[in-house]
Write a protein that binds this ligand. Sequence first.
Ligand SMILES: Nc1ncnc2c1ncn2[C@@H]1O[C@H](COP(=O)(O)OP(=O)(O)OP(=O)(O)O)[C@@H](O)[C@H]1O
Length: 325
Amino acid sequence: MTGNAIEIDRLTKTYAAVGGEPPKTALDGVDLTVRAGAIFGLLGPNGAGKSTLINILAGLVMKTSGKVRIWGFDQDVNPRQSRASIGVMPQELNMDPFFTPRQSLEVQAGLYGVPKRERRTDEILETIGLTDKASAYARNLSGGMRRRLLLGKALVHRPHVLVLDEPTAGVDIELRKMLWRNVRRLNEEDGMTIILTTHYLEEAQEMCDEIAIVDRGRIVAQDSTQNLVGRLDAKALVVTPQEDTPIGELPGLPEGVEMSRRPAGAVALTYRRGEVTAGQLLDIVRAAGISVADVRSEEPNLEDAFLALTSHADEETSGEAGAAA
Ligand SMILES: Nc1ncnc2c1ncn2[C@@H]1O[C@H](COP(=O)(O)OP(=O)(O)OP(=O)(O)O)[C@@H](O)[C@H]1O
């Protein structure tokens, strides 16, 4: 497919009231598209609605309203085809302790209606590095092995779209590397579209070519990783003055340059690339009679972008959110 792997229009989910708790709106009008062939990151603070979104894609949670299309198939119109187009590696490790990895993969393939001759159980066992544990009971597998088995189960029906919900939460470095190697290979060699949630921003920055940030049930940003990082106040020049020339006001700062205070009398001047240069800012500082003791430049990263978009500082004090980048 050359178009979009996922198209979501005005998706809402309200969980019904339970035990004195009011109803909870977990998704509030989400519009989201994921390009076929992308490695797409879904980021957001705890409780933002990421799992709800993924579980709706997986067909595990019923949406309240809105449209979901997976690989071109509308979930309401073609539920079987849309379900067959997606594989989900869930967060939790619940699996039947009396199944071996081989049996688990076979049962899963059966559930998806994959004919026996088309099953790729050995190949998947090899991919997830469980060939020598193929006949061990799941209860005897380590946490890392169980997680790999969950990945294997998500692959039995050769889905076009693979969704990974926090795949590397709490796993060791070896397993994390192995998972990412597999994900990259599935994306590059098999052309699989990958959607993942992670709390590790560095990982998202490294792995994903596109990212959506979810906050309180809404998408607050969706862009290429590069643009997302670059579109916030792109750089900050941190200037520390000599003690005898503290920095007060800085007349002549161009519009769009923000000044925020740092420890030891320093200030951070946040500016956008292309609009002004560090040299011009330093000239303005010197023209204000300030002797510069130290100057350094800060590059933004995904964490800055994330914090600026989800910090909610705008509710209390307007305009502070992006100033620390
Ligand atoms: N079954 C449920 N019944 C009622 N409320 C729920 C249910 N599942 C989730 N919620 C609520 O919906 C909101 C979104 O939860 P969700 O699990 O989708 O967030 P998340 O972004 O995946 O968070 P985390 O990163 O902690 O997994 C939260 O306020 C949560 O308490």
